[in-house]
Design a protein around this ligand. Sequence first.
Ligand code: SF4
Ligand code: SF4
Length: 191
Amino acid sequence: MKLLTTRSKVVSDKKMTFLERIYIPAILKGMYITIRHFFGKKATISYPEQKREFSQVYRGQHVLKRDDQGRERCTACGLCAVACPAEAITMIAAERKPGEEHLYREEKYAAVYEINMLRCIFCGDCEEACPKDAIFLTDRIVASDYKRKPFIYGKDILVEPVDPDKRIDISARQTESVLKFKQDKRFAHNK
Ligand code: SF4
Ligand code: SF4
């Protein structure tokens, strides 16, 4: 049988030597490893004071975008939910009423739109499936919490602010290669 790693050891019940029985060499060896790591380069950083440089195409917290006039772009078509492999997206559609044209761009909109961030695997399929350029993943980190409920993100968190100065910038992730990939007809999501 082919071994998966070279780290496995055959367990034997041979009698321990005198040095093994007094444990001191083993303790010293353990202390040496601890001290070596203590003064070595740290693997962790003091977030949020320190931040690592992310990949340009890092996929973080979603945003539901508005158009230039501040109207919600999402038309509750459900394609993002269908494309989601983690079944993390749910929504309830509603019909736009007369007088609401300044709020919603399409005749149908998402009255409720939720993403379960504990299920989400940040694959970006929802972004690729969206025909309205409504949902994007951003370079923002999803905040941690001790409870499950706060991880159900509703429209209050997902929809970007109306104020043009407070809109969520998505340009960092939309690199030339990402845009090219989104339009490449060889891939099913672009057909
Ligand atoms: S990023 Fe992937 S897993 Fe997360 S909501 Fe979108 S499609 Fe679902
Ligand atoms: S975010 Fe896009 S794909 Fe999802 S329901 Fe809204 S318009 Fe459809």
